[in-house]
Design a protein around this ligand. Structure first.
Ligand code: SAM
Ligand code: SF4
Length: 427
């Protein structure tokens, strides 16, 4: 989501203020930091990074430094109090006002803070994506109304708001016309998508995907991130459509019902297993990934063992897993943290090595198989090599001509490496 937001900031400043991107901060007129406050560590990095950029103001007194994203949304003017050389503070919902805010700073040489939540206005004014790549993110909803006890998102990004389907479909048609083959529909809880089209018809995520799949040129569809509670039958059925990638990211957080309750996830482990089993009737070899939090307050060895058991039941292929981080103003921050850091780290290592093992096995089983790969770019590994992604989200490197970039091609997998695959063209 932040990657998408950052690309939109760049598009806006390019189109509306004629700016260009530079790798050299010492010659920049504007430096923006897009931030994440989901855990404490990235939040702390914000101020050390800003401290380093402060020096560039000595070289260029007209330099404007801005902070966007969820730390900005959470801290607002506190950012300017702690780092007075920051000129601009804007939230995820006001990034579309960036050019005007930039002008205000330039004209007044005073700091500007706008972390309001002006509903969905932003999507009606954001410019078209400028830099076209074979795969594109498309934001379809924002915010979250679930209020899990550990999470800041509902406070920093606001409640769930869905974008009008017409705007989404127009954006994707335009992307397809310009060569995009794969779209990844984005939302904090993308399957909470609920909207009405101009004729008054109600649409859920599955309905929207059906329409996206009809767009000429779009060959592969992904959606991120879903909540198990709204991973309903219609979304399972949509996997009958071959355009849906054979990959699903469905965060579960924990395999213990006791912990899920404390997390206020509003479902039990059985629901998760039942949903995946149903999906696997349609797609037996689909790759499933999840988010996990370990060391949540009250998590016993037994609770953690239940998480490891769930990993065995589902056979997760990938995970985004972290130690619980208490976040300001969330209920879990006031729960008694009774687990030592050593135990938390040990649990995280166990969980990650179990899932890495699964991933290794899945990769090894792919050796000798033919996979459809979307060729995305030149490989960094070697000259004359290209890199693309399989349906199950693995990077594949292979020898090929640059003209293949942007195409979906069939490759024979020849080798499984720890973080990627090797392959050769078969026709
Ligand atoms: N909406 C999705 C869901 O409910 O599963 C996830 C989106 S959330 C922005 C991304 C992930 O960050 C969560 O799935 C969770 O694992 C992690 N996360 C959120 N708050 C956290 C916290 N306080 N400590 C550690 N990890 C956290
Ligand atoms: Fe955060 Fe996801 Fe829970 Fe929403 S559903 S509060 S984004 S973890």
């Amino acid at each position: 989501m932040n990657e998408y937001d950052s690309s939109k900031m760049l598009d806006l400043m390019r189109l509306e203020r004629g700016m260009e991107l530079t790798d050299d901060p010492s010659i920049a007129d504007l430096i923006l930091l897009n931030t994440c406050s989901i855990r404490e560590k990235p939040q702390e990095k914000v101020f050390s990074q800003l401290g380093r950029w402060k020096e560039y103001k000595k070289i260029n007194p007209n330099l404007v430094i801005g902070v966007g994203g969820c730390v900005a949304s959470q801290e607002g003017t506190n950012i300017i109090n702690r780092a007075p050389y920051v000129d601009l503070v804007f939230g995820p919902q006001t990034l579309h006002r960036l050019p005007t805010m930039y002008d205000q700073v330039i004209n007044s040489r005073d700091s500007v803070v706008d972390i309001s939540f002006p509903k969905i206005e932003k999507f009606t004014v954001l410019p078209k994506t400028q830099e076209i790549k074979p795969s594109a993110f498309v934001s379809i909803m924002e915010g979250c109304s679930k209020f899990c006890s550990f999470c800041v998102v509902p406070y920093t990004r606001g409640l769930e708001v869905s974008r009008m389907p017409e705007g989404i479909l127009d954006e994707i048609k335009d992307l397809a016309d310009r060569g995009v083959k794969e779209v990844n529909l984005l939302g904090q809880n993308v399957n909470a998508y609920r909207a009405k089209d101009l004729s008054g018809r109600k649409l859920k995520l599955a309905d929207l995907i059906e329409q996206v799949a009809d767009i000429k040129g779009i060959e592969r569809i992904r959606f991120t991130t879903s909540h198990p509670l709204q991973f309903t039958d219609d979304l399972i059925t949509i996997f009958e459509n071959p355009k849906l990638a054979n990959y699903l990211h469905l965060p579960v957080q924990s395999g213990s019902n006791k912990i899920l309750k404390l997390m206020e996830r509003k479902h039990k482990v059985d629901l998760y297993i039942e949903r995946i089993n149903k999906l696997r009737k349609l797609r037996p070899d689909i790759s499933i990934s999840s988010d996990f939090i370990v060391g949540f307050p009250g998590e016993t060895d037994h609770d953690f063992q239940e998480t490891l058991d769930l990993i065995d039941i589902i056979g997760f292929d990938q995970s985004f897993s972290f130690i619980f981080s208490p976040r300001p103003n969330t209920p879990a921050a006031n729960m008694e943290d009774n687990i030592s850091y050593k135990i938390k780290l040990n649990r995280l290592n166990q969980l990650q090595s179990k899932i890495n093992n699964n991933a290794r096995h899945i990769s090894q089983n792919m050796v000798g198989s033919d996979q459809i790969v979307l060729v995305e770019k030149k490989s960094k590994k070697a000259k004359n090599q290209l890199a693309g992604r399989t349906e199950n989200n693995r990077w594949v490197n292979f020898d090929g001509d640059e003209s293949l970039i942007g195409q979906l091609i069939k490759l024979r997998i020849t080798e499984a490496l720890p973080n990627s695959l090797r392959a050769r063209c078969i026709n």
